[in-house]
Design a protein around this ligand. Structure first.
Ligand code: SDX
Length: 427
C-alpha cells in the first residue's frame, strides 16, 4: 500500500510519496518538489538527505550495524579476504572458486605501473605527503589508458578498470614509500596474495618473509575500510562520475576528499594526537577537557561520527586486532594505553555521552599501522587502499543506473538584490 507525506504550502496540500528501503528506512521522495511547488529543501551537510538508491552497503548508526551486500562486517572480517570482499562489493555476490580465481588473475595482470608513472612518483620530493603523490598518479592514468576517456564504458571495460586500479594503487603506495627510504622498488609478486604482496613490496628484502598473521591483520583492516555507503569521499566519486568524467578522475576526487582530517585523514591525526599527549606527559584527561572546550579548536580525533550514534562496529574489531598484532609482533605501544584511557574516560563523560560520541574506525587503526612499520603520514594512503573497492562499487552502481543524472544541488541565495554597475571614478 503506497504511503504519502502531506505538505501544506501557500494554502495548497501536496502529497509526497514515501519510499521504504529493504531495511525499513523511510524517505520522503522530493524529486518532483520544485516542479510542483517551486520550493527546494535546505540540508547543509546532507545529514537528512538520501542522494541515491544503493544495494551495496547498509549501516544502522543507532544499532552500530554494518553489512556489505547483506553480509555482517563481523563475519566478513573473520571469514573472508579483502580481494573476495572487493569482488562482493563490485559484483553483488560472493564469488565461486572459478570466479574468484578469474578475479585475482585479472587484478594480477596489472601489477606493474606505466614507466611514465614511475617517473611521476620519482619527480616528487620525498617529503611529499603520500596522498598528494597517489592522487597525482591515479589522475595521470587517464593519459596511459585513453580508452577509458569515454562517457560510458562497457561492462567489460568497467570490470577491467576496477581490477586495474585495485592492482596499481597497491603498487603506487610501496613504490613511493621505498623511494622515501632510499630503497629500490620491489616488484609485485601477486602469487603471495594481495596483502602479503603489498607488504613484500613495502618491506621486501633478501631475508624478508611476510608474517602471515601480520598479512591477515592488514587484510582485516582493509576489509573494514572497504566501503561505508554515501560518506564524503564516496559521494564525491559519484558526483564527479555523474558528469561523465573518466573513472580515474572520479577516484582521484574521492582520494582528495578522503585526505581531510574530518574524514580519512583522521587516522593520521589520531596518532599525532596520541603522540602529542605522550610527549606532554601523558595526561589524556587534560585533552578530554580541551575537546569539550568550545573556545578550543581541539577535537578528539577518531571520535564521533555523522551516522554512528553508537559504537562504530569497525572500531570494536580493530581494537581487538590491536592486542593481537602487538602480541604477534612482541610490541608494547604506550600510545595504545593512552588511547584506551581516553576511550574509557570519554565513554563516562556527559559531554561525549550526550552527543553520542564513540570511537570511530580511525581511533585504533593507526596503532596497528604503526606496529606494521607504516609511517604515520601513510596511514590515510592505507585508507585509500582499503576504500578503493567501495569507491569503485559506488561508481559502477551509478554508471549502471539508467536513471542516473548529473548531480547538481540548488541553493538559497542570500546575496545582494539587483544593482547597477558604478564606474570606478564614481565609487
Ligand atoms: C570517517 O561518513 C563516514 O562514513 C566516514 C567514515 C567512512 O568510513 O567513510 O566513517 C570515515 O571519516 C570517520 C570520522 C573520522 N573523523 C574524525 O574522527 C574527526 C573527529 N570527529 C569529528 O570532527 C566529527 O565527529 C565528525 C566530522 C566525524 C562528524 O561531524 P558532524 O556529524 O558534523 O558532527 P558535529 O560536528 O555536528 O558534532 C556534533 C557535536 C558538536 O558539539 P555541539 O555543537 O552539539 O555542542 O559533537 C561535537 C561537536 O562539537 N563533536 C566533538 C567531536 N565530534 C563531534 N567534540 C569533540 N571531539 C570530537 N571528535
Amino acid at each position: 500500500m503506497s504511503e504519502f507525506a502531506k505538505l501544506e504550502l501557500d494554502g495548497k496540500t501536496y502529497e509526497l510519496p514515501v519510499i521504504t528501503g529493504t531495511e525499513g528506512e523511510k524517505a520522503i521522495d522530493i524529486r518532483a518538489l520544485r516542479g510542483t511547488t517551486g520550493y527546494v529543501t535546505l540540508d547543509s551537510g546532507y545529514g537528512n538527505t538520501a542522494s541515491t538508491f544503493s544495494e551495496i552497503t547498509f549501516l544502522d548508526g543507532e544499532q552500530g550495524v554494518l553489512r556489505y551486500r547483506g553480509y555482517p562486517i563481523e563475519q566478513l572480517a573473520e571469514k573472508s579476504s579483502f580481494q573476495e570482499v572487493a569482488y562482493l562489493l563490485n559484483f553483488g555476490k560472493l564469488p565461486s572458486e572459478r570466479q574468484f580465481n578469474d578475479w585475482k588473475e585479472s587484478i594480477n595482470s596489472f601489477s606493474t605501473l606505466p614507466e611514465g608513472d614511475k617517473k611521476i612518483i620519482e619527480a616528487f620530493p620525498t617529503s611529499s605527503h603520500p596522498m598528494g603523490v597517489i592522487v597525482s598518479v591515479v589522475g595521470s592514468l587517464s593519459a596511459y589508458y585513453p580508452e577509458y576517456n569515454i562517457p560510458m564504458l562497457s561492462d567489460e571495460q568497467r570490470r577491467k578498470a576496477i581490477a586495474q586500479l585495485m592492482a596499481q594503487v597497491k603498487t603506487i603506495i610501496p613504490y613511493f614509500y621505498r623511494m622515501t627510504q632510499g630503497l629500490d622498488p620491489v616488484k609485485s609478486k601477486p602469487h603471495k596474495g594481495y596483502t602479503a604482496d603489498f607488504l613484500n613490496m613495502m618491506y621486501g628484502a633478501e631475508d624478508y618473509e611476510v608474517n602471515p598473521e601480520v598479512a591477515k591483520a592488514l587484510d582485516v583492516l582493509l576489509i573494514l575500510h572497504a566501503d561505508h555507503e554515501q560518506n564524503c569521499s564516496a559521494s564525491t566519486v559519484r558526483l564527479v562520475g555523474s558528469s561523465h568524467a573518466n573513472v580515474f578522475a572520479s577516484i582521484s576526487a574521492g582520494i582528495y576528499a578522503l585526505w581531510g582530517q574530518l574524514h580519512g585523514g583522521a587516522n593520521q591525526a589520531v596518532l599525532e594526537m596520541l603522540q602529542n599527549i605522550q610527549d606532554n606527559g601523558g595526561d589524556y584527561k587534560k585533552y578530554l577537557e580541551k575537546a569539550k572546550d568550545k573556545n578550543d579548536p581541539f577535537r578528539l580525533m577518531g571520535f564521533g561520527h555523522r551516522v554512528y550514534k553508537n559504537f562504530d562496529p569497525r572500531a570494536k574489531i580493530i581494537k581487538k586486532q590491536c592486542d593481537k598484532v602487538l602480541d604477534v609482533l612482541g610490541v608494547k605501544d604506550p600510545l595504545l594505553d593512552i588511547a584506551r584511557g581516553l576511550e574509557e574516560e570519554a565513554l563516562k563523560d556527559d559531554y561525549f555521552v550526550e552527543r553520542k560520541l564513540y570511537p570511530n574506525v580511525d581511533f585504533y587503526s593507526g596503532i596497528i599501522y604503526q606496529a606494521l612499520g607504516i609511517p604515520t603520514n601513510m596511514f590515510t594512503a592505507m585508507f585509500v587502499l582499503g576504500r578503493l573497492p567501495g569507491w569503485l562499487a559506488q561508481w559502477k552502481e551509478m554508471k549502471e543506473d539508467p536513471t542516473s543524472r548529473i548531480g547538481r544541488p540548488r541553493q538559497i541565495y542570500t546575496g545582494k538584490t539587483v544593482r547597477d554597475y558604478v564606474s570606478i571614478d564614481q565609487r
